[in-house]
Ligand binder design. Sequence first.
Ligand code: DGJ
Length: 696
Amino acid sequence: MGVYVNKKENVFTLETKNTHYVIGLDNLGNTHNIHWGKKCRVDDYCLMQNNEKIPSDNNFDHARSEYTPFGKTMFRQCAIKASFFDKCREINLHFKGYESGNNSLKLIYADDYYPLEITLNYELFDGFDIIKRYTTVKNTGNDEIVFERLMSAEISLPGTYPYHIMNTRGEWGAEFSPIDTLLEGGSLHFECRQGRSGHNHSPYFIAYKNADEKIGEVFFANLMWSGNFEVEVNRDFRGATRAHLGMNSFDFEFALSGGECFNTPAVLCGVTQGFSEMSNQLNRFGIKYVLPRNFANTPLPVLYNSWEATEFNVNTKDQSALAVKAAKAGCELFVMDDGWFGERYDDHAGLGDWFVNEQKFPNGLDELIKNVNDLGMDFGLWFEPEMVNPNSDLFRKHPDWAYHYEHRPANEIRWQLVLNMTKPEVQEYIFNRIDTLLSEHNIKYIKWDMNRAISESGAENLKHEKMLWYYHTKAVYDIVDRLRKKHPGVQFESCSSGGGRCDWGVLEHYDMVWTSDNTDSIDRIKIQKNYSLTRPIKTMRAWVTDVNWYNRNTPLEFKFNIAMRGSLSLGGNLSKYTDEEIEECRKWVDLYKEIRNTVQFGDFYRLLDWEKDEISSVFYLNEEKTEGVLFIAAVNTSCMKPAIELKFDGLDDSKVYEYDFDGIHFEYTGGFLKNVGITIDAKKQYYNRIIRIKAK
Ligand code: DGJ
């Protein structure tokens, strides 16, 4: 592993655990991606061997550059575009030099005339095939430079064949529906313009030619950004597939004053053999390097959330009664959702007034918190800090604190407006309110919600108004970071009407995310599968609730089978549960506590696919390969469907594993379980099994 520089050939080889990412510099100083994939002999890499034509200025369009500026005869999509003080909108770069360390490379460029320096940053990590890329822009002069497009990375995929490009499409309640398009030519464009990463698409791409869970090269790149994003993948006539990932260029501006320097959001990219290895590397990487350090290695608690049980009707008595049942069911944390503050009796009022509603809590919050703590649980609270209802004291006092255009009516989606988070006084207000509540009460958990998109995005306070998209997201990150610093014992959950902010940017600042407001177990199988493709399992909050959208009357044990595959939570109206049902919850929660280290920190394998196999089965295995847990679930499997063989993955071939299945004890080697497998006959209306296996 490391960075190899071949000065004679001007070739830089980034060696990860299993791969090489190779960049060549031509005699004009342009970069070319020479190879990305399996390792070869480092000395073999050179520009010509790849038959790469070194572009002169007039065939610039075809180069597989690492970062293409707008200018000269470059007509395809660029990675960066700026205007200088004299209205020149072109960037002409020359190579200035490089800096390389054991695990890092910086390629430094400067404009031929204007005071702009651009650095392409690459970072490598022991034991991973993941490369972190980002771009630094530096204004080395005195006049402002204004960027119209500022991508985090440009990525060229090897070869000339068309790739399958994967992303997701979705909306509220239907997040992460997979899309897989063979890109023969033209562009695919995935984006969000709502001021968050959103429900519609994901800030990533996955590309493959022939691959499945276990074999075949899978290329991927995830943008670490929670605001407007853009992922564009294009295939040109000569067969080159290129991608750009970054902050969305739509309604975008980024000004850099003299002497200023800016690092774009980063991209985590890599190539693995099979989808499973991609997911596992990202899972491990998230825990090791990305998630906030104070809880990254801590198992997340089993929580109870009040939303689906009581919605806005929260008060000391009812919440305390729920807490009693939640504790009996084995929960470790009680989160009171929306409704505890201001005049919040429904969604028409109160957002912004982060003061405890005295009618609902006449003796303050502490009475409830004490009840919860006395039951042995921690207490958590819901906020929607970026929002304000026009019907709130905050808005009556500061009508200018919401984004708006003076002569346009503002849309009140869910009867709320978005606070102008670019204003320091707004940031201070939010920080102070949450900080005060955290300081005055024993609160251990914050659910940070964001329930509407930003529209009518006027921010008259800004010189460059379009920078609001950047400043808004940055303000969210900054406030959470400040709160975390001052209250290191508090966990943070990110939520945006369900899964509207489930990206790798958020994962640097929050400990977990709310995946979707859709808690129907069958829909969840699909939502969770696609969440798990690219994001750490432990960040995936999954509730067992009473939802019955489709009159499925799903049994509790089936719901637990699905929710225990992530960070288990309860969200039903426990007051209505019988003692037997609470007892049943307790049984599953107790089991979850026994297996949660494996689920939250182990590797995981998608063994059977709901859509393809009619059975969903995932397997989690601890790092030592000594303990695993297998989940199987099926619904209404047809009588015609023959029993299906389930082959394990990940196990140590030579170890002997034991497990009990339907009352029978089995012992097999890992090799047998992987290559021969076990037979599953899932004919039952709701078939579900959780099987723990252990090495002898
Ligand atoms: C949307 C979230 O996704 C729900 O879980 C809940 O917190 C509501 N907002 C509360 O308004």
